[in-house]
Design a protein around this ligand. Structure first.
Ligand code: TRP
Length: 370
């Protein structure tokens, strides 16, 4: 069996630097290494609707934002199939079949579902606004996510560590399907996490644990140089580092966390030649005598260096939006074919391909012969 790489994102907002170091940068590397048979990246609009049912316009607007971010980061539609989840009806048939193999109790143990159920009034702690309860579609989205993965016989799923329980549940579903229907149609996927630990959960510019749109602490991949500069200048550092000569802390200092995630060997020679590498810079900061603004200016240069080619590619694609939709249309058509093959094999294994089943027809004919 070859290697099949698949991953996706919900179209609920533009992608930010947390997405970039946690997954996007990795995808482009994987694409360029070329060590795979097929690679798929998709926009999970059906999943986004599980908790945005009343806001399809938001989902609709963010489809193109996501596609532009993908292409800007360097995903190449010649190498990677980029598609939209809702355009693959086979996924929803598969979800239905998988639903019979998963218990309500197992879903309730899925951490994402569990948290959401608690917030929405089933286990106390609900706010009035959330007392509406949890939509069934949200409750079962781990099953639908398993279908996304299985339809393409994905072996490798590069995602953030928050997705680990989803991948684990998918593996259970694969084992259950193959076991129940005595087949080996489906493939157990493996999660692929970034090897650099700081990249698994990049903090927000305010130093809070996670970059998140609702906290307003994001730097977006599509931010222009000026916006980026403002955001970095306002970033959280070490609150105890008041004067330049004071010793400073590097741990929990967001500027250094971002440098850990983004710095490349050539950056010092190019932008801060007084230091040989990041360790030297950190040592100086710890000793005292190094100001925050100098570190921030360096970080601005580093980030702009990474983001400038991305901005340019985005700008080019923005001038030809119909072409971007065409890439998505073509990718969705290709993905549909692959998913249809897998669905056909699943139905064979489940013995519900009635019209393809000559033995069934013969057997029934025999039964009714006088
Ligand atoms: N749940 C993922 C997220 O919130 C998106 C997603 C949906 C996904 N289906 C997937 C990721 C399948 C990987 C594989 O970001």
């Amino acid at each position: 069996m070859g290697r099949v790489i698949l991953t996706g994102d919900r179209p609920t907002g533009k992608l930010h630097l947390g997405h970039y170091v946690g997954s996007l940068r990795n995808r482009v590397l994987l694409q360029n290494e070329g060590n795979y048979d097929k690679m798929f990246v998709f926009i999970a609009d059906v999943q986004a609707l599980t908790d945005n049912a009343d806001n399809p316009e938001k989902v609709r607007q963010n489809i193109i934002e996501l596609a532009l971010d993908y292409l800007a980061c360097g995903l190449d539609p010649e190498k990677v199939t980029i598609f939209i989840q809702s355009q693959i009806p086979q996924l929803h048939e598969m979800t239905q079949f998988f639903s019979n193999l998963v218990t309500v109790q197992r879903l309730q143990r899925n951490p994402t579902v569990k948290t959401e159920m608690a917030m929405r009034g089933f286990e106390g702690g609900a706010t009035d606004d959330n007392k509406r309860g949890l939509p069934v579609g949200f409750f079962t989205y781990p099953i639908s996510q398993a279908a996304d993965i299985c339809a393409f016989k994905s072996t490798t799923v590069p995602v953030g560590e928050d997705q680990e329980p989803m991948i684990e549940q998918c593996r259970e579903i694969v084992r259950s399907f193959n076991g129940t229907y005595y087949c080996d149609v489906l493939v157990e996927p493996e999660i692929l996490l970034p090897s650099n630990l700081v990249c698994r959960r990049l903090p927000g510019t305010d130093g809070k644990a996670k970059m998140s749109k609702s906290l307003g602490n994001c730097i977006y991949i599509s931010d222009d140089a000026k916006t980026l500069e403002q955001k970095v200048k306002g970033m959280f550092t070490d609150p105890g580092h008041l004067r330049v000569e004071d010793p400073g802390k590097v741990e929990g200092n967001t500027v250094f966390t971002y440098l850990d995630a983004f710095c490349e060997p050539g950056d010092f020679a190019k932008y801060l030649p007084e230091y040989a590498n990041l360790d030297e810079l950190k040592d100086h900061y710890r000793r005292g005598g190094l100001g925050d603004m100098k570190c921030k200016k360096f970080l601005i240069n580093v980030l702009n260096d990474r983001l400038e080619p991305i901005r340019q590619r985005r700008h080019a694609y923005e001038q030809d939006i119909p072409k971007v939709y065409e890439i998505l249309r073509k990718g969705s058509a290709d993905a549909r074919e692959v998913a249809a093959q897998t669905l056909h094999q699943m139905k064979d294994a489940m013995k519900i391909n009635y019209f393809d089943d000559a033995a069934l027809i013969a057997e029934q004919a025999e039964k009714y012969k006088k």
